[in-house]
Design a protein around this ligand. Structure first.
Ligand code: UDP
Length: 364
């Protein structure tokens, strides 16, 4: 029996892991030990995903959150090392680009445990983003680089990675979306709860440090969304960090009365909100892609995006939040626009390809 230790900590990682853990559980020669760092810990940022997506509870919960990047990552390194020394896995599996990703990869690499990185090769080319630093370093010390799209494999080739390490498999988020997207209808759920009509509202999410920690940008976003919400309902499941900053800055009063700030929702409610939105406005990587999975136009409130094929095909418009009127205009423009048909994220079998490859290589 070969043992995989999976390191998780943030909302999108729970979602991605759900399909991969399911595939691992289906292979008798593999076992998985899940370590949850605690980076996201609230019921609606963490637990709900384990129950909704049918995942077994984590084997270890480290309860590490808050503090500076150094404090958080440092504490994770200490605790993950302790666990890896006990568990002695054959492989460590990490996802995406959070501090939990980097801490898991770095600890394993130093102990000479091979690392598999799911969602490898993404680049924003903006080294101010903590995510960019985390993903570049994680790629560098991983043995298996599972790429979600063509662009990410090309980045790794250009950076000189050994071809054998670059494994294009498609996007596990697409696997999850195919599985759950078809189960969600416009009946009940969040639409009913918040009185929203299909295709008659905008869904927004904001959590990137470049927007929340830059108060001018955050103000532009709040003002633009408040303005738009006068003509079409805007629903905003707000990330706890973003809410805390709005509170701290006393910006809550500035949020227009018609802008619906709600607590973060579970995955099934989120899928419904995405699928039936007229438009999505977001700075989230995952939400940009999910908008496309449901063929909903998206305005991305950032300076750049990793998912460039969505911009090139016309599904996604990049709108840096620098000026309120420009954001309002971008949203109004995209409300009536559609992109070209493309299918860059595989065939919905990424998780199976990943686990088959790992199983094969571990028994070579
Ligand atoms: N998500 C969710 N509930 C919410 C907001 C987001 O389930 O209230 C899901 C969303 O569907 C996507 C993932 O969380 O699958 C995206 O996570 P996030 O935006 O936090 O991170 P990113 O994708 O930017 O790394």
């Amino acid at each position: 029996m070969k043992k995989i230790v999976t390191i998780l900590g943030a909302r999108p990682q729970f979602i991605k892991a759900s399909v991969v853990s399911y595939e691992i559980a289906g292979i008798p020669s593999l076992c998985e030990v899940v370590v949850h760092t605690g980076q996201h810990f609230d019921e609606n940022m963490s637990d709900i995903f384990f129950s909704e997506l049918g995942m077994k509870p984590p084997d270890y919960f480290l309860d590490i959150h808050g503090g500076t990047h150094g404090v958080m990552t440092g504490r994770m390194l200490i605790e993950i090392e302790r666990i890896l020394l006990i568990e002695k896995p054959d492989l460590v599996l990490v996802y995406g680009d959070t501090n939990s990703t980097l801490a898991g990869a770095l600890t394993a690499a130093k102990l000479h445990i091979p690392v598999a990185h799911i969602e490898a090769g993404l680049r924003s080319f903006n080294m101010k983003m903590p995510e960019e630093i985390n993903r570049i370093l994680t790629d560098r010390i991983s043995k298996w680089l599972f790429c979600p799209n063509f662009v990410s494999s090309e980045h790794l080739r250009r950076e000189g990675f050994d071809e054998a390490k670059i494994i294009p498999v498609g996007d596990v988020m697409f696997d999850v979306a195919l599985h759950f997207g078809s189960r969600v209808s416009e009946q009940g759920g969040a639409l009913n709860k918040f009185g929203l009509l299909p295709k008659k509202y905008i869904l927004t999410t904001i959590h990137r440090a470049e927007n929340t920690d830059n108060h001018k940008r955050l103000l532009v976003i709040v003002d633009a969304l408040s303005e738009i919400s006068k003509s079409i309902p805007v629903v905003w499941p707000i990330h706890p960090r973003t809410r805390a900053i709005l509170d701290q800055l006393g910006l809550m009063d500035r949020v227009g009365k018609s802008l619906m700030l709600i607590n973060p929702v579970g995955y099934l409610d989120m899928v419904q909100l995405e699928k039936y939105a007229a438009l999505v406005a977001t700075d989230s990587g995952g939400v940009q892609k999910e908008a496309f999975f449901y063929r909903v136009p998206c305005v991305t409130l950032r300076d750049e995006t990793e998912w460039v094929e969505l911009v090139e095909s016309g599904w996604n418009l990049l709108a840096p939040p620098l000026n309120c009127k420009e954001i309002v205009d971008a949203i109004l423009f995209c409300l009536v626009s559609r992109g070209k048909e493309i299918s860059p994220y595989g065939n919905g079998k990424a998780a199976k390809l990943i686990v088959d490859k790992l199983n094969g290589d571990l028994y070579k």
